[in-house]
Design a protein around this ligand. Sequence first.
Ligand code: GLC
Length: 438
Amino acid sequence: MSMYQFDRAAYEKRVAWFQEARFGMFIHWGLYAIPARGEWVRNIEEIDAETYDRYMEEFTARDYDPRQWARIAKEAGMRYVVLTAKHHDGFCLFDTATTDFKATNAPCRRDLVREFVEAVRAEGLKVGLYYSLLDWRHPDYPHYGDKFHPMRNNPAYSNESRDFNRYLDCMHTQVRELCTNYGRLDLLFFDFSYEDLRGEAWRGSQLADMVRKLQPGILLNNRLEVSGVGLGSLATEHPAPCHGDFVTPEQVIPPRGVVDEAGRPMVWEGCFTMNGNWGFHGTDRFFKPASMLIRKLVECVSKGGNMLLNVGPDRYGNIPEPSVEILREIGGWMRLNSESIYGCGRADLEKPDFGRVTQRGNKYYFHVFENTIGAIPISGLDREMVKRIRALSTGHEVRIVDHFTYANYPDVVFADLGPDPILPDQRDYVLEVEMREG
Ligand code: GLC
């Protein structure tokens, strides 16, 4: 294991699809959808296991239709989907030999992960699973005094008889089951490291090694080493064997993108809730509007990252209606403008004050969020090298204006959007600027 040699060429090949994809769906679903106060409800309300276990009796998954989920994702323009196979509460949506606390023992009697992976593949999307390293249900996981365990404040749950190695055996077995019984997985999202529980405390090298052997080409996130905070050892010159393949900022877009210690841009994926919770929440109606999420997707891409946008299906398995509506609207925009997203990344230009720029090869995509007075000023390009400008959504040609109004700014290319002072798409109107080669 000490022989681990990071292979950057192999790494870059492995992450290529992910950087092309740019947009994925996160799905948080489990027993916590029943109390419907978010997926940390056991922690926040310090609920004991016996009380929480009773939710299992109600878990019918009555409307669970992962084909529907996958279709919603696809129509939104998402290219991959990541489902919580197990969250911190320890409830497994998959069949496992390690515990009875699983979907196949609940009234639904279904292996929800199997149906999920098949449905997602059938829609031609990449398959990802989220797996919690924490397990608040396992008797050998630290209880009293742990930073997050629901029984952290209860001395009756002391840890004397707990054997963390036994927990690790179980956890490794569960990951092995996921990597063995469900066909090809494209991505595994571990969650998460904290305090001393990081890296080798999870037997991380062994775990990562097993996963990569069972699932050649799979992507791992960086949370065997860190959490939403921190980069992990991939940022250093000597990545550890359990290094992740991408950085996972959570509920924040890195203000300046993400670079490693040598200054190289890193692969990253920001994950975001649509309202204020990952798991279904009965009274959280504070959804981010589609127009905002479109711009935030663009912001991620313009900083070289992906967006993993979350939905929290209700107890029956329905994606909440506001989420469905928002995704439909994003999909409408993507159908006309996804060329400015897929395979695009940061541009070698300064951010314009009307919006943002993404780039792929010799094409720049100027995302106009804000009306300008008159033509759109495009800075940083050599006018002689501009081959053509098009409105991305319709493909119509956009002329460069030469009017005396603009004579004071000879180094700026002014793109003429015509007589209407209002942008044709106020959420984000995209201009494709194609440069001459060479
Ligand atoms: C956090 C939370 C968790 C959520 C995750 C998503 O780590 O613990 O509830 O699943 O973020 O990245």
